[in-house]
Design a protein around this ligand. Structure first.
Ligand SMILES: [Zn+2]
Length: 215
């Protein structure tokens, strides 16, 4: 894993918002703008979806992203590819070093299967995604919730190809920053999961900043 820092100053950001623990966030990012997500307290998964802001039928594809770079981890240099083979965003800085795009988002159904039937009433990322896109409107609905990236989440793959959830590789203040290659709609579920170590059993806020294109 390698770490790459950004040169952008926080004070020059045109948008700066804290997403409370367990809450969703939805916002457009224009082509050329930089989007930074900060793991404020450390070990907090930020489940994220991206769409072409002008055509929601084109959205993030984990499969195309993995094939394009021939690597399963997401980090600096990764082009986040769409379902139509276009780059949505490019990761330009990453002080965490690696992010997951295999594990998917937590859901009430998977919580029941993985943990216990009583867990079905616990809040989950898919509900946060649904809440965000329905409130956003413009025709987005449940069927549009597709592949996601789990920023700051550690899902190492074993030699045998198995997926494991482990304690985070992230820490307080780590961030990932990407440049939008087209106008995109970004949707984040600041993961409320309490049943595995993806949030260190204690969901905390993440911070989102946006800068205009650099000269
Ligand atoms: Zn989650």
């Amino acid at each position: 894993m390698s770490e790459t820092a950004s040169t952008l100053a926080r004070l020059k950001a045109l948008y700066d918002c804290e997403i409370p623990a367990g809450e969703p966030w939805i916002h457009e990012v224009r082509r050329g703008q930089h989007l930074r997500i900060v793991d404020v307290h450390g070990n907090q998964a930020a489940d994220t979806l991206f769409y072409n802001a002008l055509d929601y039928g084109e959205r993030y594809s984990a499969q195309n992203t993995i094939r394009e770079q021939a690597n399963i981890y997401v980090t600096t240099g990764t082009r986040l590819m769409s379902s139509r083979g276009n780059a949505l965003l490019t990761i330009v800085a990453d002080t965490c070093g690696r992010h997951d795009t295999l594990g998917g988002a937590c859901a009430t159904e998977s919580n029941m299967v993985r943990y216990a039937i009583q867990k079905r009433y616990m809040h989950a990322c898919r509900q946060s995604f649904l809440k965000a896109i329905l409130e956003w409107g413009h025709g987005l609905e449940k069927r549009d919730i597709d592949h996601n990236i789990n920023f700051f989440m550690n899902v190492p793959v074993t030699r045998e190809g198995g997926l494991t959830f482990e304690d985070g590789v992230s820490a307080s203040g780590k961030y990932v920053e990407m440049r939008a290659e087209m106008d995109v709609l970004a949707v984040i579920s600041n993961c409320p999961q309490l049943n595995n170590p993806c949030n260190a059993y204690n969901p905390t806020p993440v911070r989102v900043l946006i800068w205009d294109p650099m000269d």
